[in-house]
Design a protein around this ligand. Structure first.
Ligand code: ADP
Length: 401
């Protein structure tokens, strides 16, 4: 079955086309259309085993995105299908499934209404995802469409992990609780770690560290996410490129009063001007932080130390939450590509059985591999994430049944 996955953002769309059967999972092509400002877009398209094609273009509106994708996939020279009718299912990434969606579903009018209800919880994502979904339904009217939620992998957390210690009625009245995000990534890398360990997924304790622009961790016990660092919103938890992660909530009214700003402006400050860029004043990109740190910049060093110290704290906390750990996985941009960050995150954790092999850690970059010492009781992995594969497989399972 040919399954297309789509991930719509405010100014981009990522897509992949897979051939999925009960035994085979093959990616046929992938691509990205990105807005670079003033109506100019960069479209990249990469058929499996072929050359990557990059084109700068003017696109009038989002509706045109999909036509460009279909043109690339069916192109005479480098296309991988003859017509859009070959696509039997389209899987859509949806940021928030609230408490309702505990797993992926086939999209119906009722499902769409429910997804709209949760849109206000993730204002920068869900409305674009909904728009994209409707455009794709119009272009592929004969395909089944499914929704895969960023939150659903975390939807089996116990109440003591998801209820906040504020008056309980805020949970009942406004749905204020921990939801967690990056679910498909935490699921993929923890499942893959169990395959690499050759041990049953439902018998393992795995700590997953998704360190991208946004960053979160999860404690995956016996195949279930029992805790995760992002919360009601994606602001909680780790230090990120521009987001603060955990801070004392008492700081917020202080800043509002002292700076004379609104709650909304304070939220923007914590989401966009904090984290690595806020501390260092240099950049939200870990590559720039490391480069400056290596030149002796003390603020870059401080940002790096705060970022990695918090991950170390979470690793220990999640080992405590699960009664131990069999494996730790690093994934996403920083986790897959920065041996220096991984080393700092694991420093001092030998008390709980974590020892890195410095040569393996250095050599395993942007690829799958073990980076712990062969005697380390806790195995540490670098596993490039593959959220789209989880989306395609979930879609296949739903459509087939
Ligand atoms: P997204 O969350 O947008 O999917 P990615 O998972 O691709 O992002 O991660 C992007 C981040 O990865 C960038 O902000 C950059 O800081 C970081 N990154 C990429 N390459 C490296 C590298 N070699 N060393 C450290 N950080 C890196």
């Amino acid at each position: 079955m040919k399954v297309l996955t789509m991930n719509f953002g405010s100014s981009s769309v990522k897509y992949q086309l897979f051939e999925i059967t009960d035994t085979e999972k093959t990616r046929l092509a992938k691509g990205l259309i990105e807005h670079t400002g003033s109506g100019t877009y960069i479209a990249t398209y990469h058929p499996a085993g072929g050359e990557k094609i990059r084109e700068v273009m003017q696109i009038p509106d989002t509706a045109a995105y999909l036509k460009i994708i279909l043109e690339a996939l069916t192109h005479k020279k480098y296309g991988v299908i003859k017509s859009g009718d070959e696509i039997k299912a389209v899987g859509h990434r949806i940021a928030h499934g609230g408490e309702h969606f505990k797993e992926s579903v086939v999209i119906t009018e009722e499902v769409k209404e429910k997804i709209k209800e949760y849109a206000s919880l993730v204002p920068l994502h869900q409305i674009y995802e909904l728009q994209g979904m409707e455009l794709a339904e119009a272009l592929f009217p004969h395909a089944a469409h499914t929704a895969i939620f960023d939150t659903s992998f975390h939807s089996h957390m116990p109440p003591h992990a998801y209820i906040y210690p504020i008056p309980y009625h805020y949970y009942k009245r406004y749905g204020i609780r921990r939801y967690g995000f990056h679910g498909t990534s935490h699921y993929y890398v923890s499942l893959r770690a169990s395959e690499l360990l050759k041990q049953p997924y439902d018998k393992l304790k795995i700590i997953t560290c998704h360190l991208g622009n946004g960053a979160s961790m999860a404690a995956v016990k016996n195949g279930v996410s029992i805790d995760t660092s992002m919360g009601f919103t994606s602001l909680e938890g780790l230090v990120m490129g521009t987001r603060c992660g955990d801070i004392d909530p008492g700081i917020i009214p202080q800043i509002i009063a002292k700076e004379g700003i609104t709650a909304e402006e304070c939220s923007t400050l914590l989401n966009r001007s904090s984290g690595l860029v806020g501390i260092s004043g240099i950049s939200n990109d870990m590559r720039d932080i490391v480069a400056e740190m290596e030149k002796g910049n003390e603020m870059a060093k401080l940002a790096f130390d705060i970022y990695t110290y918090r991950i170390r704290k979470y690793i220990s906390a999640y080992a405590g939450a699960m009664g131990g750990a069999d494996a730790i996985v690093f994934t996403a941009g920083v986790g897959e590509r920065s041996p220096l960050v991984r080393k700092a995150c694991c420093e001092g954790l030998s008390f709980m059985g974590v020892t890195l092999d410095s040569v393996k850690n250095k050599n395993v970059v942007s690829k799958e591999g073990v980076i712990s010492d062969e005697h380390s009781p806790v195995k540490v992995f670098c596993i490039p994430t593959n959220e789209e594969l989880i989306m395609a497989m979930d879609t296949y399972k739903l459509v087939k049944s």
